[in-house]
Design a protein around this ligand. Structure first.
Ligand code: FDA
Length: 394
């Protein structure tokens, strides 16, 4: 028996659930399919379990895409305030952590519960643990054969199966295979918001710093982020590194400015005038973690007592602290990347509906599209917005 719906949505993540809610509320008969055992698994683990569900300052400039204008329409039509209104209607309490990032007070599970309640109210049929064996398209209908043998069909198919990041959590890159099946162009994918690794020699030298977090400005070309940097046993992480990783390409250097608001040179000169017998690392240890101060002074080769150091030598030390250029060996890859950059080429899509222009009834939303947000709630806002405008058009 073939079951018929108005729309079939693949992927019960943030984008798929939002799309299902919107379409269901508009009276559409919606089937939402996922191969996982639970919906919204990435929502559950996001934001350290508290889900950074949106960012108040969302604008198209917070996204990477081959077409920076593409996200404008959806982001303008479904704003952070729209999602916040929904959160508040469900009595979920929240707080702004920093830089407009909104988190649940209690748990990310509150967001999943809210989406499930909304889906139920909208009459969405959700079926989990469903493998899709094949997709056929003809006579204006999409026919999907399930691994277990069932057959479902609809005039509209929405692909919301996410990217390749964190395969352990069920990421499959399925959306790209569907795009290929329908000859929809793809922009090359790569891991984004991901820790960067270092070559073994540098890593060995940095090993004692593992676990230290410092304020930093990290730059790649014209792009820079001022947030925390974390030394790890594999390389570098923390928000500043995750952010720049989305812009970084293999072989490129990044420039690190530790404690960017600190005036290092005046600090060292004043210390030299006050007590010239101190070592520079002793002075630096007043404003930086001790192990880091030691490492930076040793790296710069500036460890003699301050009275013996010229202005030029002190400037060499400042340079080591605030103009540190290093070339990462690579990234931790999709294993730990929060997002996948690239994906379904936006040239193929109508930005108001997320429909493929050349293939009637086919849509792509969320992370599988070549729109990738910065760290800080921007990726969920894209998932909500692209899902909502698509659901509006089904
Ligand atoms: P998502 O990946 O969420 O959903 C895709 C769904 O499709 C999944 O349910 C999956 O099981 C299903 N699926 C995949 N292949 C399938 C197949 N072959 N058949 C059937 N179903 C299939 N963003 C943010 O804004 N704030 C935050 O706090 C965080 N935190 C965060 C932490 C971590 C650890 C990660 C990995 C990521 C984040 N993110 C984030 C990013 C955010 O999770 C991501 O951008 C969204 O989940 C993307 O939503 P989608 O619905 O597009 O895909």
């Amino acid at each position: 028996m073939v079951r018929t719906f108005d729309a079939i949505i693949l992927g019960a993540g943030a984008a798929g659930m939002m799309c299902a809610i919107r379409a269901g509320n508009r009276g559409k008969k919606v089937l939402l399919l996922d191969h996982a055992t639970a919906p919204g698994e990435k929502i559950r683990i996001s934001g350290g379990g508290r889900c950074n569900f949106t960012n108040l300052h969302t604008s198209p400039s917070n996204y990477l895409s081959s077409n920076p204008h593409f996200a404008k329409s959806a982001l303008a039509r479904y704003t952070p305030q729209h999602f916040l209104d929904l959160v508040e209607r469900h009595g979920i309490t929240w707080h702004e952590k920093t830089l407009g990032q909104l988190f649940c007070d209690n748990s990310a599970k509150d967001i999943i519960r809210m989406l499930l309640l909304e889906m139920q109210a909208a009459g969405v049929v959700m079926e989990l643990q469903q493998e899709i064996a094949s997709i056929e398209h003809g006579d204006g209908t999409y026919r999907l054969r399930m691994g277990a043998g069932g057959l479902v069909q609809a005039p509209a198919l929405v692909v919301a199966t996410g990217g390749k990041s964190i395969p352990k959590m069920g990421a499959t890159g399925f959306a790209y295979r569907i795009a290929e099946q329908f000859c929809v162009g793809l922009v090359e994918t790569r891991p984004g918001l991901v820790p960067l690794t270092l070559d073994p020699l540098l890593l060995e030298r940095l090993a004692p710093l593992s676990g230290i977090s410092v304020p930093a400005e990290v730059r790649h070309g014209k792009t820079s982020f001022r947030e925390a940097l974390l030394f790890t046993h594999r390389g570098l992480s923390g928000p500043a590194i995750l952010q720049i990783s989305s812009y970084w390409r293999e072989g490129d250097a990044v420039e690190v400015k530790i404690e960017p608001s600190l005036d290092v040179l005046p600090l060292l000169k004043a210390a030299r005038n006050h007590n010239g017998r101190q070592a520079p690392q002793t002075v630096l240890a007043e404003v930086l973690p001790k192990r880091l101060a030691q490492f930076l002074a040793e790296t710069a080769g500036v460890t003699a007592q301050l009275a013996d150091l010229s202005d030029k030598t002190l400037d060499k030390l400042r340079h080591a602290i605030q103009s540190w250029s290093l070339t990462p060996a690579g990234s931790e890859g999709y294993r730990t990347a929060e997002v996948t950059i690239g994906g379904v080429d936006t040239k193929e899509l109508d930005s108001r509906t997320m429909a493929v222009k050349r293939v009637p009834g086919l849509h792509f939303i969320g992370e599988c599209v070549d729109v990738t947000g910065w760290l800080g709630g921007y990726n969920f806002q894209w998932a909500w917005a692209s899902g909502h405008v698509c659901g509006d058009a089904l």
